[in-house]
Design a protein around this ligand. Structure first.
Ligand code: UDP
Length: 466
């Protein structure tokens, strides 16, 4: 790293769906002339060799293998306690380096809520990156009220009822913890409360979203939160600082490039891409329903079965003997895919997703319609927005059942309803491209972010250098 300029310290949460956008943001801010310092945990460490233009600083948070075996609220709570001391030490060291320019601000993942107290103690302004959508964040912020009004905890008899404060959400769309998170739901809501409170107490929030997608939520936030809001997404489409830096290079698993060769042999817009992201877990029964639903749909499919996806099972072991062979090449399974490349491939016709925010943004940017099976937390809200607000996909409303899967795939890929959905997503793709162009909303918001950071610098200079 040669550049000597205004410095930013970024602190990503070590989960795939958080690392990707934070490193994309790092590239964007580097292209605006900042020097980038990344403090990261040893668990799920990013690969510094892929980012020679950044300065990486590892902390040893001391998480054991068993503590990181499941991605749930418990892991988040551990990260927010075990990182405190090593992070503080590392940030203090960076701040006290007088041979360098002062640090303009810390950009922390919103789920690292402990960073607020540290930043305040060290007198460094703290901006937060929220890697999820703005609409789901408003629901998070309203959870205490929604609980008070009796929507939660979720009662089976109420789950189809509307949430009148958040149309078109139904009670079953309200955020719940992962099923594998067997701690009391209270601690899940405590984590969300801390996330919301410490985010609102920041010097600004950066969003991987754009005005035309979430205008209503962004307007509400500007009105209610009293801090600057910067929707500068879609990050991965923003012109990157260095042509060698690809957005997907922060992948923690090895991307199987063979699926691209397989896609090259398929016909245009015929393939359904199936991936449930980096942390969702499904049961063996659900796994088999997905397999048979895909097989019976008669559409070609590319399916990401991440090791650990099926609860208690080894990779493909539960699949019936000869399952793939009997499909004569109509389907292929990989452990991890180069998702951005896959979604941009002309043969992809639909994306069956768990509705993680990055996946939704990536799909919209390529104009790929979706089938949504949300698993937990914000995914439930995201899925309802896909199917009922933007109307760029369908939701598997009654869980994973082979008949329903087959029917939904056919509806999207073959029937007239699919044509309308495809048209709408192609329009949204155009808007996603336009907002990044000069004078587009995200382009202007990025300029405001840069000015905002610079104004923090002058405020901060004296504080750091007594
Ligand atoms: N991803 C990938 N290959 C895969 C599956 C996912 O590169 O086979 C990437 C995807 O492009 C996205 C991220 O992993 O950027 C997943 O983030 P998302 O918010 O969709 O879901 P999460 O993993 O956080 O649940």
């Amino acid at each position: 790293m040669e550049r000597k300029g205004r410095r930013l310290v970024l602190f990503p949460l070590p989960l795939q769906g958080h690392l990707n956008p934070m490193l994309e943001l790092a590239n964007i801010l580097y292209s605006k002339g900042f020097s980038i310092y990344i403090i990261h945990t040893s668990f799920n460490s990013p690969k510094p060799c892929k980012y020679p233009h950044f300065s990486f600083h590892a902390i040893n948070e001391g998480l054991s293998e068993s503590e990181t075996s499941r991605i749930d609220g418990h892991l988040l709570a551990l990260l927010n306690t075990k990182c405190v001391e090593p992070f503080k030490e590392c940030l203090r060291r960076l701040l006290s380096d007088v041979s360098e320019e002062p640090i303009d601000c810390l950009i922390s993942d919103s789920l690292f809520h402990f960073t607020r107290a540290i930043a305040e103690g060290l007198k460094v302004p703290r901006i937060v990156l929220r890697t999820g959508g703005a609409s789901s964040f408003l629901v998070y912020a309203a959870l205490p009220l929604l609980r008070e009004r009796g929507y939660l905890p979720l009662q089976d008899s109420q789950k189809e009822e509307p949430v009148v404060e958040f149309p078109p959400l139904k009670v079953k769309d309200l955020p719940v913890p992962p099923v594998t998170d067997n701690r009391a739901p209270t601690s899940f809501y405590q984590i969300i409360d801390s996330l919301v409170n410490e985010t609102k107490a920041s010097s600004g929030i950066i969003w991987n979203t754009f005005e035309d997608l979430e205008q209503s939520a962004l307007t509400t936030m500007r009105h209610d939160f009293g801090i600057p809001i910067f929707p500068i997404g879609p990050f991965h489409k923003t012109i990157l600082a260095s042509s060698s830096s690809s957005s997907s290079s922060s992948s923690l698993l090895i991307e199987d490039q063979n699926c691209i060769s397989w896609l090259n042999t398929q016909t245009n817009k015929s393939v359904i891409y199936v991936s449930f992201g980096s942390s969702a877990v499904i049961s063996e029964t659900e796994f088999l329903e997905v397999a048979w639903g895909l097989a019976n749909s008669n559409q070609p499919f590319l399916w990401v079965v991440r090791p650990g996806l099926v609860h208690g099972s080894d990779w493909l072991v539960p699949l019936p003997h000869g399952f793939l062979e009997n499909l004569n090449g109509r389907g292929t399974i990989v452990k991890w895919a180069p998702q951005l490349e896959v979604l941009a491939h002309p043969c992809i016709g639909a994306f069956w997703t768990h509705s993680g925010w990055n996946s939704i943004m990536e799909s919209i940017c390529e104009g790929v319609p979706m089938i949504c099976t949300p698993c937990f937390v914000d995914q439930l809200v995201n899925a309802r927005y896909v199917s009922h607000v933007w109307k760029v996909g369908l939701q598997l409303d009654n869980g994973m059942e082979r008949g329903e899967i087959e029917k939904t795939i056919r509806k999207l890929m073959v029937e007239k309803e699919g044509d309308e959905i495809r048209y709408r997503v192609s329009k949204l793709k155009e808007k996603a491209n336009l907002c990044l162009k000069q004078d587009g909303s995200s382009y202007k918001s990025l300029d405001s972010l840069v000015s905002h950071i610079s104004s923090l610098e002058s405020f901060n200079f004296q504080a750091q250098r007594p």
